[in-house]
Design a binder for this molecule. Structure first.
Ligand code: BG6
Length: 485
């Protein structure tokens, strides 16, 4: 919820303005917001990066990005031309504090508020913050959005957060986890807290276990330099998956506002029990085929051998009353069989099966919340198969389907960065990650890496196009559970 004192910024400044994220996501998102009248028509958008471009050259760059990444039905030439006129560009070497003077001069008057979106190499965070401060671009009406990676462990993340906090207080710091901008992720809160049906059962009494899967079919995608020093645990699990876990497991917040929601999430993150030895595993993709196309191994993509994990699976526990003894199985990986993000709530079986003497077998209910690429909620319920037999009762699991795509067929689908950029410009922190959350996430993830180091847990190979190494399957099967596939 927008802080009542928050004002819409009249200027936006993008660092990393010629980068991949800007091209694929930020410029198309800003255009969509502009075309739909969701941002002020006079919002000025400044881009900055190292490349020496003029305003016109940057507009050409943006035009090409829109051409490449906007869906065809969103391309309106007149709106694109108008939008491009909002763009300005100033070259800057962010590692040199002196360069920020000309940037501030170019931006000019920021009395209408300034929102900054920082998506740069982590090594540039500190000098950028210093440069902004010295150039007068960090005053009380300036907020800053920070794109990951913000450090790669608790210590380095604290160092970045400290550097930011010296200049920007927490209520003007917007840490981005783009999963929170996804419509279906927000829908998780609607499902849980706008319906009476689920909440009474949403606990250890009725739930056997929870699964969270974020699988991708893509591989390294030219990000070798970043990815090889990071791995799946830090790239995906530390942030996106733990946020999904927190939203799934948190207590009902008293209000739909940034403090209430983030207070509840952080309680869950702090209640995560350190992962026990043997309850986590890592893998790395080998040769195989994805969507029937042959693909090479990670080592092949990288050009050298490496022990970085492209897959991680683990069993987590939340040590509180609600979730006592309920395993949360998490897995994520690249080059898997399908692209899929989903949360599966596996309920317990009924306490007594009255159909048993007549051969009626029961499956436990399952709630599948598919976040992407499809968007649906599916409840698996038991039903009687039609028939007049007296002796046998045949029961079967049938899906009760709610397709959000169909139910909201007429609504414009928004990508995560449209939501997040709008919230940054308007000063709404609900979908941004607070420092205490990030630090609880890192603390827990660092301990997993310690276990791997101590036990020399290597990355097990798996064939591209599979669901990961067999050890990931063993992780659930030894508890009598199985991954939803
Ligand atoms: C990013 C990771 O945060 O999320 C990438 O760095 C990953 O490695 C991406 O591919 C996945 O996002 P999405 O929105 O495609 O699920």
């Amino acid at each position: 919820m927008t802080d009542e004192t928050a004002e819409r910024s009249s200027t936006l400044l993008l660092f990393g303005a010629t980068g991949d994220l800007a091209k694929r996501m930020l410029l198309p998102s800003l255009y969509a917001l502009y075309a739909d009248g969701l941002i002020a028509p006079d919002l000025r958008i400044f881009g900055t990066a190292r490349s020496a471009l003029s305003d016109d050259e940057y507009r050409d760059f943006a035009r090409q990005a829109l051409d490449e990444f906007l869906p065809t039905d969103r391309k309106t030439p007149a709106a694109i031309a108008d939008f491009l006129n909002r763009l300005y560009y100033q070259p800057l070497d962010a590692s040199v504090v002196d360069g920020f003077g000309p940037l501030a001069a170019k931006i000019g008057d920021i009395s209408g508020g300034l929102s900054i979106f920082l998506s740069t190499a982590p090594s540039l965070f500190e000098p950028t913050i210093k440069g902004l401060q010295q150039a007068g671009l960090a005053c009380a009406n300036v907020r800053i959005g920070l794109e990951k990676p913000l450090g790669n462990d608790l210590a380095s993340s604290a160092q970045i957060n400290d550097a930011v906090a010296r200049v920007f207080p927490e209520d003007r710091t917007f840490r981005i986890d783009h999963y929170l901008g996804k419509e279906t992720v927000q829908n998780l809160m609607a499902l849980r807290f706008a319906n009476m049906l689920f909440e009474p059962l949403w606990n250890a009494n009725a739930i056997e276990h929870v699964q969270i899967t974020v699988s991708e079919t893509v591989g390294l995608e030219g990000r070798a330099a970043f990815y090889d020093g990071t791995g799946a645990l830090r790239d995906m699990l530390q942030n996106h998956m733990l946020q999904l876990l927190a939203l799934t497991a948190m207590e009902p917040p008293a209000n739909f506002d940034s403090t209430a929601i983030r207070d509840e999430k952080v309680k869950v993150l702090r209640a995560l029990r350190p992962v026990a030895d043997g309850d986590s595993m890592r893998g790395q993709y080998g040769d195989g085929a994805v969507n029937s196309q042959p693909v090479g191994s990670y080592a092949n993509d990288l050009g050298e051998a490496s022990d970085t994990e492209t897959f991680v699976a683990l069993k987590a526990y939340i040590d509180n009353w609600r979730w006592h003894g309920v395993p949360f199985y998490l897995r994520t990986g690249k080059r898997l069989a399908e692209r899929r993000s989903e949360i599966v709530i596996q309920f317990k079986t009924v306490p007594h099966n009255i159909f048993d003497p007549r051969g009626g077998k029961l499956e436990a209910n399952q709630l599948i919340i598919r976040l992407q690429p499809e968007e649906y909620v599916r409840l698996m319920v038991m039903a009687k198969e039609p028939g007049l037999e007296r002796g046998d009762v045949r029961l079967r699991e049938v899906p009760l389907d709610l397709s959000l795509t169909t139910a909201f067929a007429g609504s414009q689908r928004r990508i995560a960065y449209e939501r997040l950029l709008l919230d940054l410009i308007e000063g709404d922190q609900t979908l941004f990650v607070r420092r205490d959350e990030v630090e609880a996430q890192w603390k827990w993830v660092d301990a997993i890496r310690e276990v791997w180091k101590k036990n020399k847990v290597g990355a097990k190979p798996y064939a591209s196009g599979s669901w990961g190494p067999s050890a990931a399957i063993a992780l659930t099967e030894r508890d009598g559970a199985s991954w939803h596939e």
